[in-house]
Design a protein around this ligand. Sequence first.
Ligand code: OAD
Length: 244
Amino acid sequence: MAYGSDLSFLKEKLATAEAVTVLTGAGISADSGVPTFRGTDGLWRTYRAEDLATPEAFERDPRLVWEWYNWRRELIATKQPNAAHAALCELERRRQLFWLITQNVDGLHRAAGSRQLSEIHGNIWMVRCTRCGVVEDNHDVPIAIPPFCHHCNALLRPHIVWFGEPLCTGDLEQCSTVLQRCDVLLVIGTSGTVYPAAGFASIATNAGAFVAEINLDPTPQSALVDMSLQGRAKDILPLLLEPR
Ligand code: OAD
């Protein structure tokens, strides 16, 4: 069997776990054709995410930052959830205590049907007013640049947590709860380099959970977790749902 005894062991762990928590990153959407941030296709023009996804970059040049988001919106709008997103919906359906934490802003987990989830870095299909703070859905592709608030006419920004900004308190509390209480944590398709999410595996380990990483390549976290399965999320996750 592909992935051999590790896969059987993880299936056993999942079968006996009362609470399961999952952390996902850009790798799960790579199988849908969305470029990862730190992969070879992660640059836009010559910019890295760290150059544009900051409050300082937006203050300096909101047009440039919106152009980047427009490019990403156009790209994501053409993508569909894949078998890995679907497998996580099924895992959610099969148990009472399940929570999905995603760093992805593409909305593909929601599109697949996941409901018990925290989008800790926000959602690319939502905008927030820089003055009155109102948050609204916006699926315009492309969005008119620069976009203005219908309520107070100030500049709108993406409803995304940028580098240097804190996660929302409610999300942090929910993450803390589901990381402390889970029996199994699956860490899928993330390079484990951006905090606080990069510290989530340690929180679960310290609380006694079994932590399994699923990633195409080894990561800085591979040595810290209980099991590291190497491969594509869309190939491995459906296998976890098969009968033991
Ligand atoms: P990264 O681009 O840093 O890492 C993607 C990870 O996915 C890498 O470890 C790849 O090896 C792995 N990977 C690629 N294809 C895969 C596949 N088909 N199956 C499984 N794994 C695969 O993305 P994140 O870790 O999500 O923040 O990055 C974290 C944050 O940094 C993002 O949320 C974003 C970014 O800047 C914001 O936008 C605020």
